[in-house]
Design a protein around this ligand. Sequence first.
Ligand code: AMP
Length: 283
Amino acid sequence: MELVRTINEVRKIVKEWKSKGYKVGYVPTMGYLHEGHKSLILKSVSENDKTIVSIFVNPIQFGPTEDLESYPRDIERDKKLVSDAGADLIFYPEVSEMYPSHFTTLVNTKEVSENLCGAKRPVHFGGVCTVLSKFFNIITPDRAYFGQKDAQQLAVVKRFVRDLNFDIEIIGCPIIREDDGLAKSSRNTYLNPEERKAALILSKSLAKGKDLILAGERDANKVIKCITDSLNTEKLAKVDYVSVVDNENIQYIDTIKGEVLVAIAVYIGKTRLIDNFIIKVED
Ligand code: AMP
């Protein structure tokens, strides 16, 4: 497994692979990798001849009061996880490599990025789409792998890839959880032991909402209330949003029908956590 830091080196290596007819899979990450990231890497390794993992804490997707500086980093540990998962290359660029001076181009979506996290983090998805456009142009992967954990991100990426005609298959992968149900996240490391326990309220509350839908409830507001009430039973939890949207355009819906995304963002202490489930309702 190689680690490269420059765009030119990556381009050279990928060109050589493509000359041999190899299919290239790509897993974008911000590092501090865990089993969730590993599941994407393993899927890419199983479906492609070569797999590239990028590790880049992208400054332009963080708002001014967000955790850019404190975001956890451990490249040595990450190298081991990527190598154990069987990937071929880590692309680990410096910020100056990705954003030279006078960098002024921004890729953004409308509609699909306007609600949920897009409403709460106004610069976030523009930063994500911009950096991914760059990585897609540098790496030119055949397939790219994203977690359902960041459900709105997955919808946004599918949209801009379609709209801008990137010739890349976008593959969504299921949420990987801790044994007790907490969705794995690099940010879980911010939680102290008391907060870690309190964080279970996210998956527990979503499970209640899901049970309600499975029992026949189709009123989105009743599901939102059920989940919100449950989240509010935890004193360390502060609800950022609880939303029910269609899973394609990420627009709010009143009636649960079709492929629906139920998504939440909750502060546990100072740490903002997200979680969700998708449910298909035909009747
Ligand atoms: P991040 O490093 O947080 O930007 O995440 C990189 C990729 O890993 C994104 O596509 C995430 O959706 C995905 N990911 C993060 N956590 C999980 C998880 N618990 N299960 C599955 N995928 C995940």
